[in-house]
Design a protein around this ligand. Structure first.
Ligand SMILES: Nc1ncnc2c1ncn2[C@@H]1O[C@H](COP(=O)(O)OP(=O)(O)OP(=O)(O)O)[C@@H](O)[C@H]1O
Length: 240
């Protein structure tokens, strides 16, 4: 199995705060890796550091054989990394269509791919010419994910996609990620909802205090309640 992304000894400082304390892990090509951990563990900071939104203060980040820790965010995006931030990155004043056109780096939208996206997010077809700002929270999340997958990407970084969404939308999202996976995508996803995480993930990383404290197969963690409690503690109880 080839590793598409590797972090080695990554530290991140934001102002005077030392947030990541030597993060080490790899993401295998074609697999979905879930990044779990309690609130404040450093999961979002890890995604932001990979994306270049915060510069690593030490360590190495390698994407497909290329060192990226000193690259600027637009260059990392150009290398084929799609990012779905926790805050749903959509342009409220633009229509659904315009949001997707802007997200497509390689020119016009691909009709076949759009049909594929409408297949699991039918609301985007329905509101094609509506302002994104008028969409519900769940629909904005769908648009935010659609923006990241409107073209094939080498790697998708997705931050808490199910947060605050109704159960029916969570089910649609899980199906969407299963389909993206079947197409061979490589995904690194932060997810607090352990039920969703174990449906989606092939492997799992658990963070605490800005470090990785566990790495393994998702099936092993899903079958080991004692390990779940030890590693995930309250954040797990909250979702059971
Ligand atoms: N802009 C910032 N300035 C200073 N400290 C920050 C900033 N953003 C995050 N932190 C701190 O960095 C640590 C890690 O935060 P991060 O958001 O990465 O955690 P997380 O695991 O994603 O948690 P959550 O699930 O709550 O989003 C926390 O202690 C947080 O308070």
């Amino acid at each position: 199995m080839t590793d598409l992304l590797t972090l080695a000894g990554v530290h991140t400082h934001v102002g005077r705060y030392h947030i990541l304390h030597g993060v080490d892990f790899s993401v295998a090509e074609g697999k979905t890796t879930m990044l779990l951990g309690r609130n404040g563990a450093g999961k979002t900071s890890t995604l932001r550091t990979i994306m270049g939104l915060w510069q690593a203060s030490a360590g190495q980040i390698t994407l497909d054989g290329q060192r990226i820790e000193a690259c600027a965010t637009p260059d990392i995006a150009q290398l084929g990394v799609g990012y779905v931030p926790e805050s749903m990155a959509v342009f409220s004043d633009l229509t659904v269509k315009e949001n997707l056109i802007l997200a497509a780096r390689d020119g016009p939208l691909d009709d076949t791919r759009l049909e594929w996206i409408f297949g699991f997010f039918p609301a985007l077809r329905r509101f094609w010419l509506s302002r994104a700002g008028a969409l519900s929270g769940g629909q904005k999340q769908m648009l935010s994910i659609a923006r990241a997958i409107v073209e094939p990407r080498k790697l998708l970084l997705i931050d808490e996609p199910t947060k605050g969404l109704a159960p029916a939308i969570v089910v649609a999202l899980i199906e969407c990620f299963a389909e993206i996976k079947r197409r061979g995508a490589t995904i690194l996803m932060v997810e607090q909802n352990f039920h969703a995480a174990r449906e989606i993930g092939d492997s799992v990383l658990v963070m605490d205090n800005g470090q990785i404290v566990h790495r393994g197969e998702m099936s092993a963690l899903a079958n080991d309640v004692a390990l779940q409690e030890r590693l995930l503690g309250l954040s797990l109880e909250a979702h059971q």
